[in-house]
Design a protein around this ligand. Structure first.
Ligand code: GMT
Length: 380
């Protein structure tokens, strides 16, 4: 197939999923065309079958905000026609689904019926999408898509709760490349981070409010009082400053390392003992899955789709959002009991295997074929 993928190029789960999906499709022989305003950050090496189409803006003094949606729709029209796409797959509804709808309508007027699949990722529904600023367009464009997928059962339910959706939403969970994310022997690295064999806890996110970074810091401060530990904070975003201030106030600065944005997160996960994810809401929690693939159990909140990945008392523990007391107690339970930690490590890996990209990729391919067939031969 000749597939167009629209995504955000920046650090964030939806861009990662879109890029890894495109790379895997290309490796299987499909032609993949990424369409975005910048090269996606995980699309670093040259791969046969992959083309990147940059959405560029023509600025004009009248525009305080350059009309990205219009530029994207125009780019889609152009790419569909000249690269002969069979399907457009947009990741994150805003504004990708409505731009795709506009492109589809333009192409239809020229005799081309391009199938559009929209994948809902989370905040495009639960946080930003439901806001009145965007809601009518989000609802309309989801209903106009030829196929709609959600990355978890929880997100599918949430979408139906928040919007009037008459389209069938297919759940296709996020996935992991178990060759790229696996436990590695990085003893020297561990020694550098934790010279006295302290436990290593890790959190990876975009440091937005929804991630509750304050709970990561508070939970860690409770853990470190009872067990020698280090905390690695990977990523960057609006809440970072607050996190730094909290570390100073709590006196944990010596044990907390802010590593900023990192590309090789696998290497850091390889030396970690526990992953902390106390999010307010999380449609899936891809970072937790990446940790589990590296045999790192997860101490998380019980929000959204997290329990579909992190099994309570098996691959980690779930606590109510904001209950840092319970999160710290759960972490200590594992850190103080090496046998239990080993068991949980194995369970985490076994669970990660159920999200192996090798199993999820054929589901996407089958769904694309189904949607293309539906558009070609509409049901009478
Ligand atoms: O978490 C974010 O703010 C980033 C966001 C994105 O679109 O990049 O992540 C969402 O999509 C990921 C990939 O499907 C999911 O793993 C995350 O759970 C989801 N984030 C939220 O629902 C908050």
């Amino acid at each position: 197939m000749n597939i167009g993928i629209v995504c955000y190029p920046t650090y964030g789960g939806s861009g990662v999923v879109a890029t890894e999906l495109g790379k895997a499709l290309a490796m299987k022989g499909h032609s993949v065309h990424f369409i975005s305003y910048k090269q996606p950050f995980r699309l670093v090496q040259f791969l046969e079958n992959i083309t990147f189409h940059e959405v560029s803006f023509t600025n004009y003094p009248l525009f305080e905000f350059p009309p990205y949606e219009t530029a994207l729709a125009s780019k889609l029209v152009d790419t569909v026609k000249f690269s002969k796409l069979d399907l457009i797959h947009v990741h994150y509804a805003i504004p990708h689904a409505s731009a795709a709808f506009l492109a589809k309508s333009i192409l239809k007027s020229q005799g081309i019926d391009i199938p559009v699949v929209t994948t809902l990722h989370g905040t495009d529904i639960t946080l930003v999408g439901k806001d009145v600023t965007y809601a009518p367009v989000v609802q309309f464009s989801i209903n106009q898509s030829d196929g709609v997928t959600a990355v978890s059962q929880s997100l599918k339910e949430e979408t139906h709760n928040l919007f009037d959706i008459d389209n069938e939403i297919k759940v296709i969970p996020n996935f992991i490349d178990l060759d790229a994310f696996r436990k590695l022997d990085k003893g020297h690295f561990k020694k550098a981070i934790a010279p006295n064999n302290e436990a290593i806890l890790v959190h990876i996110s975009n440091f937005r409010k929804v991630k509750r970074i304050e709970d990561v810091i508070t939970t860690f401060s409770k853990i470190v009082k009872k067990h020698p530990s280090k905390l690695l904070l990977i990523g960057d975003g609006p809440e970072r400053k607050k996190a730094e201030t909290m570390c100073r106030e709590l006196g944990t600065c010596d044990d907390v390392r802010f590593l900023g944005k990192q590309d090789a997160v696998g290497e850091l996960l390889a030396v970690s003992d526990l992953f902390l994810l106390p999010s307010e809401s999380e449609s899936f929690g891809l970072a937790a899955l990446e940790a589990m693939a590296c045999e790192v159990p997860v101490i998380s909140s019980n929000a959204g789709g997290i329990p579909e990945i992190n099994e309570h008392n098996k691959t980690g523990f779930l606590s109510e959002v904001g209950d840092t007391e319970s999160m710290a107690a759960n972490a200590l339970k594992l850190l103080k009991n090496p046998e239990m930690l080993t068991e949980f490590r194995k369970n985490a890996l076994a669970k990660a295997y159920t999200f192996d990209i090798k199993n999820i990729l054929p589901i996407y391919e089958g769904y694309y074929e189904e949607v293309i067939d539906k558009v070609k031969k509409p049901v009478a």
